[in-house]
Design a protein around this ligand. Structure first.
Ligand code: DC
Length: 233
């Protein structure tokens, strides 16, 4: 049987990581794990409890409540990927709202939150055959991943992508607000003390600003297939 590999895809928000990761998983018959969705779901839980809101961040309560959070991905046949469930409720859509985006970097900077989610991510990927995207997959979650990809794109392009996505969903939001959120999160995600976003030394960098989606995917797929062939040779 063909040996499977672990594929780690990291990068700033809205670089198109998840689109590439999902397609790759589908193409290879691998499991796709959106780790950003896990941090977002924890944040949503804390927002509902009002431990996190504009002007309030109750770190002690957040940590105390972590054991009450159960996360799982349930495969949606129509969509072709796993949707995230927070304590048995499908929150795939709600976690993408701007309010969650505003608070998620702060919640995900907490070491206890990271420890809990990294443990779960390592468990999900322990049998390989997984495509995982996030910020610290190649550096912390799977430092021994056979293939690491680091995606970049200009800030403006990423904000535009995110804005189009939110508008498509009917959100009432300005481009400036989205751009500010993207910049704020970039800053927090890359300067936090625990597992900041950085390119692993052995990651292959992809600048997604110029490449068309199709062209980019073909390039990534070729790299992946070469790597799988190498591992099986
Ligand atoms: O990929 P995303 O934009 O949905 O991620 C949301 C936030 O979650 C991101 O701003 C930082 C955090 N995150 C993280 O700290 N580590 C990960 N592996 C994935 C996401």
């Amino acid at each position: 049987m063909e040996k499977k590999i672990t594929i780690a895809i990291d990068g700033f928000s809205s670089t198109g990581k998840s689109t590439v990761a999902r397609r790759l998983a589908k193409e290879l018959g691998y499991v796709y794990v959106d780790t950003g969705a896990m941090y977002r779901a924890v944040t949503l839980y804390m927002m509902r409890k009002v431990f996190v809101s504009e002007g309030n961040f109750d770190e002690e309560a957040i940590i105390r409540h972590l054991p009450f959070i159960n996360l799982k991905f349930v495969f949606n046949e129509d969509k072709g990927y796993g949707e995230i469930y927070l304590n048995d409720e499908n929150v795939e859509e709600e976690i993408r709202y701007m309010e969650v985006s505003k608070h998620v970097s702060r919640v995900s900077a907490l070491p206890k939150v990271r420890k809990m989610l990294v443990d779960q991510q390592q468990e999900m990927g322990k049998d390989k055959g997984v495509v995982m995207d996030g910020r610290d997959i190649g550096t912390v979650v799977f430092p021994d991943a056979e293939l690491k990809i680091f995606m970049t794109a200009s800030t403006e392009q990423r904000a535009k992508r995110r804005y189009d996505e939110l508008m498509g969903r009917g959100d009432d939001i300005s481009y400036e607000e989205v751009l500010k959120n993207v910049k704020d999160r970039d800053f927090m995600d890359s300067t936090r003390e625990d597992s900041p976003l950085r390119k692993a030394d052995d990651a292959i960098e992809f600048d997604n600003s110029t490449l068309e989606l199709e062209e980019q995917f073909d390039k990534v797929l070729k790299i992946v297939k070469d790597k799988i062939a190498e591992v099986n040779s």
